[in-house]
Write a new protein. Structure first.
Length: 372
C-alpha cells in the first residue's frame, strides 16, 4: 500500500460496503492496519450485518442502521480490549460485512442414483434434482464456522457443502416415504417439505437457513423408462386384433400411392404386393374373434394362461413372463429356485422354489449335461 492510500485510510471515518456482485456472502472491510477511529461512522445497509473481530475473537454484531462507534455500542469489544475509561482512538479490529439477503436458484442434485424398494417395480435406482434458496441467519456463527479469515467469501464456497447435506438427507427421506415411483411426481411438494425439515438443524449449525427447497424431477434409469413407454404403448393400442387390421389397411394405402420407379417389374411387384395385402385384410376381416362362431363352425377358446411373473435376473427386474416364457427361462438356467419372482397378488418378492406355480417348472427341466 502506498503513502497516499495509507493517509486516505487514516482520514476515512466511514465504514460501509456497497455490494457490486450477486454472489458475495462475506466481505472484509479494508483498512490500513485495521485501525478504526473514535466516532467513526458505521453504515449497515438492509440485507447486511457487520461483524467486528478482535484478534481472532468474535466481538460485536451490528444489524442494519447507522452507528457512531463509541464505547456504548461496542460492549463486547470494550471488554475484550479492556477499556476501563472509555473508547480509545484509534484501535485495531477487523470488520466483516455479511450478506443476509436470500440467494435463490441454487442447484442441487444426486451425483449417483439412489437405490430404493418400490412396491410395484421392486428395487429401483432413481435420480433427483431441484433448486433451493438460502440466507445467512446467524452472521456470527456463519463467520466462525464457515468463513474463518477469508476476506472475500462467495456462494460457490458454501453451496457444495449444502448440496452434500441435501443429497444425504434426501436419500433417507425418499427411501422412508413409502411413495411409489410412479406417484412421486404428484408428491414433489411433500418430499421438498420433508427434506427441508430434515436439513434445517444441519443448516442451523452453520448459521444458514433454507428459505425454499424444491424437488423438480425424479427420474428412473433409461432402461426402466423405455420399459414403461412400451407398457404405456400397449395400453394405448388396446385391442391388438383391431390395431393389426388398421395397420394393414394403412400399408395398402401407402403402397397404392407409391407404385415405385422401377418400370414394369416394379409395377408388377407393387400389384402383387397389393393383392397379397388385400388377401391378408380379407382374411383378417373374415377371421372370427375369440369366442365367436366362424364360417366353418365354433372356434376353440384360447388355452388358459396363468398369471405372468416378473423375475430378478442379473440384479435387474425382467418380465413379465407367461407360462411358456417362464419355462424357457428355467430351461436356460436364468431362473433358478433361488431367483426372486413376483406376480400380481403376492405381498413381496419370493424365491421361485417357494412359489407353487413356478416351482413345478424345475422338475421338468433336464439335468445338466455330463462333462465330456
Amino acid at each position: 500500500m502506498g503513502l497516499f492510500d495509507k493517509l486516505k485510510g487514516e482520514l476515512i471515518d466511514v465504514i460501509e460496503w456497497t455490494d457490486a456482485t450477486r454472489d458475495t456472502l462475506v466481505f472484509r472491510f479494508p483498512r490500513h492496519n485495521n485501525e478504526i477511529k473514535n466516532g467513526a461512522q458505521l453504515t449497515v445497509r438492509e440485507g447486511q450485518a457487520a461483524v467486528f473481530v478482535d484478534e481472532g475473537q468474535l466481538a460485536d454484531v451490528f444489524a442494519p442502521g447507522m452507528y457512531e462507534l463509541e464505547t456504548e455500542n461496542l460492549p463486547i469489544l470494550s471488554t475484550l480490549k479492556g477499556w476501563k475509561h472509555g473508547f480509545q482512538s484509534p484501535f485495531k479490529a477487523e470488520v466483516y460485512f455479511v450478506n443476509t439477503r436470500q440467494f435463490t436458484d441454487q442447484k442441487w442434485g444426486t451425483k449417483n442414483p439412489v437405490t430404493m424398494r418400490d412396491p410395484e417395480f421392486g428395487p429401483v435406482r432413481v435420480r433427483a434434482f431441484g433448486t433451493f434458496a438460502m440466507r445467512v441467519s446467524d452472521p456470527g456463527t456463519f463467520l466462525k464456522e464457515i468463513v474463518g479469515t477469508d476476506g472475500h467469501f462467495t456462494t460457490q464456497d458454501v453451496t457444495d457443502q449444502v448440496r452434500n447435506i441435501l443429497v444425504a438427507r434426501f436419500s433417507d427421506a425418499m427411501a422412508s416415504s413409502g411413495i411409489p415411483v410412479l406417484d412421486m411426481a404428484a408428491n414433489y411438494d411433500e418430499l421438498g417439505g420433508t427434506l427441508s425439515d430434515r436439513v434445517s438443524s444441519d443448516m442451523a449449525q452453520y448459521g444458514i437457513e433454507l428459505r425454499t427447497l424444491l424437488v423438480e424431477n425424479i427420474s428412473l434409469p433409461q432402461s426402466v423408462e423405455e420399459a414403461l413407454d412400451k407398457r404405456t404403448s400397449m395400453g394405448v393400442i388396446g385391442n391388438l386384433d383391431a390395431y393389426t387390421k388398421f395397420q394393414t389397411a394403412e400399408a395398402i394405402g401407402d403402397a397404392a400411392q407409391n407404385p415405385g420407379t422401377g418400370g414394369m417389374m416394379a409395377g408388377g411387384m407393387g400389384a402383387g404386393l397389393g393383392f397379397a395385402m388385400a388377401k391378408q385384410v380379407g382374411d383378417a376381416i373374415n377371421q372370427p374373434s375369440s369366442g365367436q362362431q366362424g364360417p366353418s363352425g365354433a372356434a376353440p377358446p384360447p388355452l388358459p394362461q396363468g398369471k405372468p411373473f416378473f423375475a430378478a435376473i442379473g440384479g435387474q427386474q425382467a418380465g413379465p413372463f407367461d407360462d411358456a416364457a417362464l419355462a424357457g427361462q428355467v430351461r436356460a438356467g436364468k431362473i433358478t429356485r433361488e431367483t426372486l419372482v413376483w406376480s400380481e397378488g403376492m405381498a413381496d418378492w419370493t424365491a421361485a422354489g417357494e412359489v407353487e406355480a413356478v416351482a413345478k417348472l424345475f422338475g421338468a427341466a433336464p439335468p445338466p449335461l455330463p462333462p465330456s
